[in-house]
Design a protein around this ligand. Structure first.
Ligand code: AMP
Ligand code: MG
Length: 401
């Protein structure tokens, strides 16, 4: 038996970072991983400007009760004159700071009479001035290679006037479900059958990571069918996930199929629950991960062990999301010989710490618990864990994205 962390590590080691990149429009780059460090080519803001509607003054000219004649009205987009001694320039949010001005007084603190402004409160030097380059200075790295772009990054790129960006290609993921008992949604359900829920689930999980589901196939429980599907998938994909058929049952034919294709398969009994059988093989250069068939096991193994592989294939800086901690709120006691990952809902308790409530049904076939859960709580092996104990929490907002 392999412990969970070792198995997770071995899967990450099997994933190769991308070497190629492609140039795409910024408008299509949300979620894509940048392939180079991106530098600011211009300072943002490009010039000192006002953060408020108000008046630009030279602080030295301020005297309580004394009015300053308004030299000019300067709107955002206009270019102001140089400020004359003893004057003020009326300006608005985003207006350029006039040469010679050092302070903005907001209009709420002023009254205007006959083109003369009277300042009601004592200003401080540099009040309400946005300084050139305070956001992004020219030449500075603004986005690190390996970052998946979020909407904030898109705004940064646009503020630089950039329209195209170099990103890594999306890894192509192949999915192979197996099982004679499975019907595809849309088909009538015969006696003894269940619908194939893992294929759509895994497909959604891959998409949620912003990787590409290149091909999803289903094979009957025959060696030929599985072999044929694997051949196609391994030729076309960067990573292939098989589902089911990796235990030791009579119809568990994934291992023989992989071996028939010249792949060497490591079948691990990982000391984790759910998801004991996890397999890793290579057919040619393509890594193949065998996931357990039970939906909950498949979900857990994908979230905890396959998602880091995909992040590596995407070229992301961080393959492993953060693990948080929370306090269990439950009536039952957990203790097992394997590391257990239970579906929980997290909420902030009155002290601001995270309380974790386990789903009532922790069976590995309880599909409805997956939609309900916000994450997985980790119950260490051979340790009694009960209400009030602090455990590691794998938040799906991080582990599924
Ligand atoms: P197996 O590992 O093939 O023995 O599958 C274990 C359990 O998971 C069995 O109850 C299967 O019916 C179920 N299962 C396997 N693949 C799927 C799938 N794609 N969708 C839903 N259930 C599945
Ligand atoms: Mg099966």
């Amino acid at each position: 038996m392999l412990d969970f962390d070792t198995a997770q590590d071995r899967l990450i080691q099997a994933a190769v970072r991308p070497t190629r990149s492609e140039r795409i429009p910024v408008a299509q780059a949300l979620g894509r991983v940048v392939a180079t460090n991106i530098l600011a080519t211009i300072a943002i803001p490009p010039a000192d400007n006002s953060a408020m509607d108000g008046y630009a003054i030279r602080l030295a000219d301020f005297e309580s009760g004394k009015g300053l004649p308004i030299q000019q009205r300067c709107y955002a987009g206009d270019v102001p004159e140089a400020l004359k001694t003893g004057h003020a320039i009326r300006l608005f949010t985003g207006s350029l700071m006039p040469a010679g001005a050092d302070t903005v007084v907001m209009q709420e603190n002023c009254t205007e009479d006959n083109d003369v402004v009277f300042i009601q409160s004592t200003p401080t030097l540099h009040d309400h001035v946005r300084v050139k380059g305070e956001d992004m200075s020219q030449g500075k790295t603004i986005i690190l290679k390996g970052k998946p772009l979020n909407s904030g990054h898109i705004a940064m790129l646009a503020s630089q006037g950039v329209t195209e960006v170099d990103v890594y290609p999306m890894p192509k993921i192949g999915i192979l479900t197996t099982g004679d008992e499975l019907a595809q949604p849309g088909q009538p359900l015969k006696e003894g059958q269940i619908y194939n829920s893992n294929a759509p689930m895994l497909s959604a999980m891959v998409q949620q990571l912003n990787a590409h589901v290149h091909l999803s196939l289903h094979a009957k429980d025959t060696l030929e069918d599985i072999q044929q599907a694997l051949t196609t998938l391994c030729q076309e994909c960067d990573l292939v996930l098989t589902v089911g058929g990796v235990s030791v049952g009579d119809k568990d034919l994934v291992k023989p199929a992989i071996e028939a294709l010249g792949g060497e398969m490591n079948l691990w009994k990982v000391r984790m629950k759910p998801g004991k059988p996890v397999a890793l093989a290579h057919i040619g250069d393509t890594p193949v991960v065998g996931l357990p068939g039970n939906p909950v096991s498949s979900f857990a193994v994908f979230s905890l062990m396959v998602s880091p592989m995909i992040r590596v294939l995407q070229g992301r800086r961080h393959a492993m999301p953060r693990v948080f901690y929370g306090t269990l709120e439950c009536s039952q006691t957990f203790k097992g010989s394997r590391e257990e990952f239970i579906r929980v809902q997290a909420r902030a308790d009155a002290n601001g710490s995270v309380a974790l409530t386990p789903h009532e049904q922790q069976g590995s076939a309880i599909i409805s618990s997956l939609a309900w859960a916000t994450g997985l709580a980790r119950i260490p092996a051979n340790t009694e864990i009960k209400n009030g104990d602090v455990v590691a929490y794998y938040d799906l907002r991080h582990w599924a994205h």
